[in-house]
Write a protein that binds this ligand. Structure first.
Ligand code: ATP
Length: 267
């Protein structure tokens, strides 16, 4: 029987993830409900990507369970992947191939399409590719250009489009702004925010500022869950200092975090 997602929901219970003998992440309980925008924040090596991969079933925790839309998806990427679209860090995606946005989405849609005649499927796949590229606002001029000729912002839209192909209720995005120039970030933030009106969107970040006005929940981690709640509750100097130490500064009524990714500040 086809499993359906009644509520866009991620729940983690008693999670412990190890790489070899090193503990990478510990979470007693975390419940995320959509539609919403959730930012996962933490310093380098805090376990942000590990958290996303654990939710995706790509990393199996040593103990604990991961539920996606109410289904046990612990260590089961095929089950989690039905309900989740994953947008990887652009830095980890090779961009020098002459592949085009259309081909990337077409490949994903073909891999996920089943049944029907070859011609009906081909027509349906073209419809899905077009709808996905339009949903992320990628201009038609860019659809058949090699990926390497696109800007960071355009490339990021392509991978968001790919994540949307199977119409998942949940989107996980790993540092979606890191390879995008400052000019493109604001527009991209608006796209992410608009998707969060209809999806549960979980974004990892070093800088919560760009999405702050749209954010429902901040999850602060540092190899364990440090705090979870709305931005006003979590982005407090004393809580941040627990994770970032001396990298947290107060200048007048602004709080700043400075790390090798730059300085993020807010009031
Ligand atoms: N496959 C792996 N094998 C061994 N150690 C790993 C593996 N993946 C991650 N780690 C380690 O686990 C810790 C958490 O890594 P992770 O990539 O989840 O952190 P992060 O918060 O996403 O970091 P960053 O902000 O630098 O991207 C780091 O110390 C990292 O070196």
């Amino acid at each position: 029987m086809q499993e359906r997602c009644k509520d866009a929901k991620i729940e983690l219970t008693s999670i412990e993830v190890l790489y070899g003998s090193t503990k990478a992440l510990e979470i007693d309980h975390l419940l995320l409900l959509g539609p919403a925008l959730v930012q996962v924040l933490g310093p380098n090596g805090a376990g942000k990507t590990t958290l996303l991969k654990t939710i995706l079933g790509l990393v199996a925790p040593r103990r604990g369970r991961v539920y996606v839309c109410g289904y046990d998806a612990t260590g089961r990427p095929n089950r989690a992947g039905r309900f989740i679209g994953y947008v990887p860090q652009l830095a980890n995606v090779p961009s020098h191939f002459p592949i085009t946005p259309w081909e990337i989405i077409e490949y994903e849609a073909s891999a996920r399409s089943k049944g029907g005649s070859f011609f009906a499927r081909k027509e349906e796949i073209s419809r899905i590719v077009e709808a996905s590229l339009m949903a992320v606002g990628l201009h038609e001029d860019a659809w058949f250009k090699p990926l390497r000729d696109l800007s960071g912002g355009q490339r990021q839209r392509v991978f968001i489009a790919r994540a949307l192909v199977h119409n998942p209720p949940i989107l996980l995005m790993d540092e979606p702004f890191s390879a995008v120039d400052p000019g493109g970030r604001v527009e991209l933030a608006e796209l992410v925010a608009s998707l969060a009106r209809t999806h549960l969107v979980v974004v990892t970040s070093h800088d919560p500022m760009l999405l702050l006005d749209y954010t429902d929940t901040i999850v602060l981690i540092n190899r364990k869950l440090v705090a979870v709640g709305d931005p006003h509750t979590v982005l407090r100097e004393d809580i941040l200092a627990e994770v970032y130490g001396a990298a947290v500064l107060r200048v007048k009524d602004h709080v700043h975090i400075s790390d090798e990714h730059g300085v993020a500040g807010w009031r």
